[in-house]
Write a protein that binds this ligand. Structure first.
Ligand SMILES: Cc1cc2nc3c(=O)[nH]c(=O)nc-3n(C[C@H](O)[C@H](O)[C@H](O)COP(=O)(O)OP(=O)(O)OC[C@H]3O[C@@H](n4cnc5c(N)ncnc54)[C@H](O)[C@@H]3O)c2cc1C
Length: 396
């Protein structure tokens, strides 16, 4: 088959949805096509590790309603090549898609353990959620590998469902390296109190499917048996298509402030894009909902003729049992970390300073402060440990 679109979007995730809706607002009669490997229409990913477990919300509730943008969805299809001169993308079955403007919203793929099994799930998609749900029965023994965003969220959700959860991770504690050590220690205790077993400082080196379970071999020489294993080992950006098409790639697809690649008719946005972040004065690639939606929207508008720069500093958020936060900028405990607690580890603000500037802010159970935190990061300072205290929360 041969298809013709004004705007073609590769990838059918949250970025694609936001872009298609923005294009429709700017260019009412446009022909918009979206091609995605997953067989589902675009949906919200964040509930997969939290809300869907807490409220037993139906999975239908996460559908983003992309069809409202009048985009034609080609699902279960993989774009294998982009011919830039001819402006034609080709999928894995040989179908072609001619485009005027192209958006690469190919996102990121989860890192995997070195062995495979139906019971080992590198958690990312709705299908992964459904697969895990089958094993996540009360008293099921589930290993969560990794203590970053996905590992800590999914461990809390599984414990909430009565599973016997063991977290295995190479670092010192939950969120280590991102949160201050004291907060990470508190979280370790919080998880233990809720029945989660923590095994810090260990890696999974191998494993085997036992038919009715999985045996993991660990770096400390021990082995352990589980009913299922969830891997939250981080992601790598899906850049192969862009590389093969000769686009600039370096930890993501390189885009300018307008979210254009080095081909003026090809844009990139969301988890896959490496963009110039003006407020931090550096390039970055982030894996956050706010960036996916914001950059998707922005790229869509620019594909349809606008020329605005994307200047937003994306925020992100997480829920861990009944704790939650929003955060902006760089959370890195190698920076100068200033903790300001109203109630220790229940409510407070953590500032991350470098060279007299605020580079990141963690708003721990403090809400409605994302804009003031962005302003603080944009402020020239200079700030030090004393002068930054009390800057947030700010009345808005
Ligand atoms: C479980 C989970 C929980 C999360 N929770 C939070 C949270 O609490 N807060 C937060 O800020 N962020 C969170 N995130 C991150 C956020 O969801 C992502 O940043 C966002 O969904 C990225 O969207 P995207 O469209 O750029 O990429 P993706 O979601 O990766 O979508 C890209 C799509 O493109 C497809 N694709 C790739 N290559 C091709 C190709 N060649 N042809 C066709 N299709 C292709 C992929 O299969 C995929 O479906 C979470 C993510 C996960 C997985």
């Amino acid at each position: 088959m041969q298809y013709e679109y004004d705007y073609l979007i590769v990838g059918a995730g949250m970025t694609a949805d936001a872009a298609a809706k923005a294009i429709r607002e700017s260019d009412a009669p446009a022909r918009i096509g979206i091609v995605g490997i997953e067989t589902h229409a675009p949906y919200e990913r964040p509930p997969l590790s939290k809300a869907l477990w807490k409220d037993d919300k139906p999975v239908e509730s996460i559908d983003l309603g992309t069809a409202r943008a009048g985009a034609v969805l080609h699902l279960g299809k993989h774009i294998a090549a982009v011919g830039r001169v001819a402006h034609i993308a080709t999928d894995d079955r040989g179908d072609t898609y001619r485009y005027r403007k192209l958006l690469l919203a190919t996102g990121a793929s989860p890192r995997k353990l070195s062995f495979g099994s139906e019971r080992v799930i590198a958690f990312r998609t709705l299908d992964d959620y459904r697969a895990l749900r089958r094993y996540a029965l009360p008293n099921a023994r589930i290993a969560v590998v990794g203590a970053g965003f996905i590992g800590s969220e999914i461990a809390a959700s599984l414990a909430g469902k009565g599973c016997k959860v063991t977290m295995l991770f190479p670092g010192d504690g939950i969120g280590a390296g991102r949160y201050p050590r004291s907060l990470s220690n508190f979280l370790d205790g919080y998880y233990r109190e809720r029945g989660v077993i923590l095994r810090a400082g260990v890696r999974v080196v191998d494993g085997r499917d036992l038919g009715d379970g999985v045996e993991l071999a660990l770096s400390d020489g021990t082995s352990a048996r589980f009913d299922a294993v969830v891997a939250g080992l981080g992601v790598t950006p899906n850049t192969e298509l862009a590389s093969a098409a000769g686009l600039a790639v370096d930890n993501g697809i390189i885009v300018d402030a307008q979210l254009r690649t080095n081909d003026v008719d090809i844009f990139a946005a969301g988890d896959v894009a490496n963009f110039p972040c003006a407020p931090l004065g550096t390039r970055m690639r982030v894996e956050h909902e706010n960036a996916a939606i914001g950059m998707g929207h922005h790229a869509g508008r620019n594909m349809a003729g606008a020329t605005d720069a994307y200047t937003t500093l994306p925020f992100f958020y997480s829920d861990l049992f009944d704790l939650g936060y929003e955060a902006v900028g760089l959370l890195d405990d190698r920076l100068d970390v200033v903790e300001q607690w109203v109630q220790p580890y229940r409510e407070g603000v953590v500032y991350y300073l470098d060279g007299g500037r605020v580079r990141g802010v963690l708003l721990w159970n403090v809400w409605g402060q994302v804009e003031p935190a962005r302003d603080l990061i944009a402020a020239p300072g200079p700030f030090d440990v004393e002068s930054v205290r009390g800057r947030l929360p700010r009345s808005v």
